[in-house]
Design a protein around this ligand. Sequence first.
Ligand SMILES: [Fe+2]
Ligand SMILES: [Fe+2]
Length: 263
Amino acid sequence: MTEDDRQGGLERREKGGTRTMRIAAVGDFHCGGHGHGPDLTELFTDASRNADVLLLLGDMTTHGEPDQMREFTRFLSGVDIPVLAVLGNHDHESDQADRVQAVLEEAGVRVLDGDAAEVDGIGFAGTKGFGGGFGRHALTTFGERETKAFVDAALAEELKLERALSELRTETRVVLLHYSPVADTLGDEPHQIWPFLGSSRLLTPIENYQATVVFHGHAHIGAAEARTPAGVPVYNVAMPLLKAAGLRYRLWTTPAPERRGRG
Ligand SMILES: [Fe+2]
Ligand SMILES: [Fe+2]
């Protein structure tokens, strides 16, 4: 695969006769209700023109209220390509994640919560993820029951991602997360909060199932890209981070399988 440019604005084309799929990815919109926040209609319409699939990497809302998600989905009115999403921690804030997810689904968005999806021969596996920290410094199931519950939540997300990836039979497997699986995309986020920005437990399914690429959000002032220890590219597509780099979304292109003839 080729990591195409990050600018947006790529024209529809076939490279050397090979079909390609262009994936636009961005997260962390934090729609706050009361008309608060930027109008994202133009951003999404532009992504729809320049990509074949749009990925939303969580935190569509500020407080996880269904009305806030309704406000967000209005921005998708000009999108006519498939849209896949994972929820973020903010989308859980009001403890109405099911309702918030239903609003997204009513708008035609496929929400991945430990689920797999296939679009035009390309596989997608997604889950929210969770915190807990990284490597040998990750939180372990030791001590208070509250600590164990926190680690159990991270382990549950790892298992959800494993299940989703295990369902895919496609050559290209794209992972959607809100939380980061690596510390290297956390950039300028304060070190004190790194354990709340991701969990390296998510790496196990990513590497065991040889994912092709990972997109996540959540770390607003993180670093744009890194690789897992096994070399899988990881892109942080939190909107504030992209915006600081002058980008509206990340555009990533991969070869797509040839369409089979009908009949
Ligand atoms: Fe966020
Ligand atoms: Fe977040």
